[in-house]
Write a protein that binds this ligand. Structure first.
Ligand SMILES: Nc1ncnc2c1ncn2[C@@H]1O[C@H](COP(=O)(O)OP(=O)(O)O)[C@@H](O)[C@H]1O
Ligand SMILES: [Mg+2]
Length: 472
């Protein structure tokens, strides 16, 4: 981050400073007192279990220059504010303004599924052109986004931000912290449908990103999603359409999948055609790659450079279609970061496209779907059966509908050889069952909403000496 005096921080946050105004934060901004290093600013946030304000002495001992906090402490200089999260946003906004004046180009990405994947692709593409801030992971909320902004400095040319929403006004607020010049909307699905009420409600919220662009900006919209391309009238920015159709400005033709479910296609943009061979797994990555390509082109990159960089970009964030092969010949696909109906289908399609003797889907429930949850789980089970999955293991009480749907669609309910669907009460039972039934050549997908913790099951499946280190 850029060096900031405590006077700067007090001014930008509107906080009250105790201690010397000339002291300077030269390190980073951190919320966890255990990761404070010399020169840092410690932001004391009240969490569910602990209150950061209780850790000011610990932060001071670890070298923090100052704290942004609701309660001052003698241990170190403090900038006292009523709401440290809000103050963090203000601080990031102030720093972003300064960097934008110096030419920083900020790109925002939103959508129901694929934000992190697209951010990772775009970050790697832009990094071939200039210094880029685009951290791995999913820093897309009121805390993660300002922290990301605050890692940029005078040398940063591109800042790639993931923007998430759980309600109206959230993305508008993030855009007030870091107003993007380029805004990318991927899709409107059913993630957090329960909180939004309807897909139109989700579209209304996601579209706040393109409303925040000015007439110098570019909205990169997925023309294959009617609710996304329907956002075009909501922006004064130039609209760049991405997609498979002939009317898209940036499109993919000749899409094929290899036996590892990685896509190849021809990128058609600006009257040029260039081959792309993605390293990331699943056909859904084609849409993400097109969105990343649109954004990179809008940022001034040449189509040939974009195609080459997309082909070189690898997976960067954990638990998203993470393919590992065990020594015994079982392949485990850990996609347990999160799940909603669209991402489940994308992952099942990728599983169906992976070469292997049997395809096994170990699926937990999808959270936050609202009143349609039961029907959505059953529909998912049916679709999984239709997608050619050989064995479905639905894990946990909330996932029983998946097994029911699969059984109704023809997979026999029960255990034994051949096609089937099974419901198990918990992870431990799933692990036991899988250790009995998995055979060399099987490919196992593990996926659920994050709250169900199936990444632990994926880790268990790979535990010990099973991995041969092939983490694709
Ligand atoms: N464009 C897409 N359409 C549908 N599903 C997708 C898409 N991109 C990714 N996914 C699925 O969603 C999962 C989460 O992807 P991620 O990039 O972390 O999304 P987000 O950050 O929006 O939650 C992936 O592992 C994959 O199963
Ligand atoms: Mg994410």
């Amino acid at each position: 981050m850029i060096a900031l005096t405590l006077a700067d921080i007090a001014e930008l946050t509107g906080g009250e400073l105790s201690g010397s105004p000339d002291a300077t934060v030269t390190g980073s901004v951190t919320l966890d007192s255990r990761s404070v290093a010399e020169g840092d600013l410690f932001v004391a946030v009240a969490g569910e279990r602990v209150d950061g304000a209780d850790f000011l002495p610990a932060a001071a001992a670890a070298g923090a220059v100052a704290a942004l906090t609701v309660r001052a402490d003698d241990a170190l200089p403090c900038i006292v504010v009523p709401d440290p999260v809000e103050a963090l946003g203000r601080l990031a906004a102030g720093v972003h303004d300064r960097l934008a004046d110096r030419g920083l180009l900020t790109l925002g990405i939103t959508g129901s599924s694929g934000k992190t994947s697209t951010k990772d692709l775009l970050g790697q593409v832009l990094a071939t052109e200039g210094p880029t801030v685009s951290p791995p992971g999913s820093y897309n909320n009121d805390i993660g986004l300002p922290l990301t902004v605050l890692t940029a400095d005078e040398d940063t040319r591109f800042l790639v931000l993931e923007m998430g929403a759980r309600g109206r006004g959230h993305i508008a607020r993030l855009c007030r912290i870091a107003r993007p010049r380029i805004g990318v909307v991927l899709n409107v699905g059913s993630a957090h449908l329960g909180e939004f009420g309807s897909a139109d409600g989700i579209a209304a919220a996601k579209g706040e990103l393109v409303e925040a662009l000015d007439d110098q900006g570019t909205a990169v919209l997925n023309a294959d999603d009617p609710r996304v391309i329907g956002m075009a009238p909501r922006t004064v920015a130039r609209v760049l359409r991405t997609g498979r159709g002939a009317d898209a400005d940036v499109r993919a033709t000749d899409v094929t999948l290899d036996e590892t479910a990685r896509a190849r296609f021809t990128l058609v943009a600006g009257g040029e055609r260039h081959p792309v061979a993605l390293q990331v797994v699943g056909e859904h990555q084609v849409a993400n790659a097109l969105s990343a390509a649109g954004a990179a082109l809008a940022a001034g990159m040449a189509p040939a450079a974009v195609a080459a960089a997309l082909s070189a970009a690898g997976p960067r964030s954990r638990w998203r279609m993470e393919v590992s092969r065990r020594d015994d010949g079982v392949t485990v696909v850990n996609d347990a970061y999160n799940a909603n109906p669209e991402s489940m289908r994308a992952a099942l399609a990728a599983l169906a496209g992976l070469s292997g003797s049997r395809r096994v889907a170990v699926l937990g429930a999808m959270a936050e779907l609202g009143p349609d949850a039961a029907a959505e789980h059953e529909r998912l089970g049916r679709d999984a059966a239709a997608a050619g999955i050989d064995l479905i293991v639905a894990v946990g009480p909330d996932a029983v509908g998946i097994a029911d749907g699969a059984a109704a669609a023809g997979l026999a309910a029960g255990r034994g050889a051949g096609e089937e669907s099974v419901h198990v009460p918990d992870r431990a039972t799933a692990r036991e069952l899988l250790s009995e039934v998995l055979r060399p050549g099987d490919v196992v997908l593990v996926k659920a909403s994050r709250s169900y913790g199936l990444e632990l099951l994926a880790a268990d499946l790979l535990e010990g000496d099973h991995t041969a280190g092939d983490r694709a």
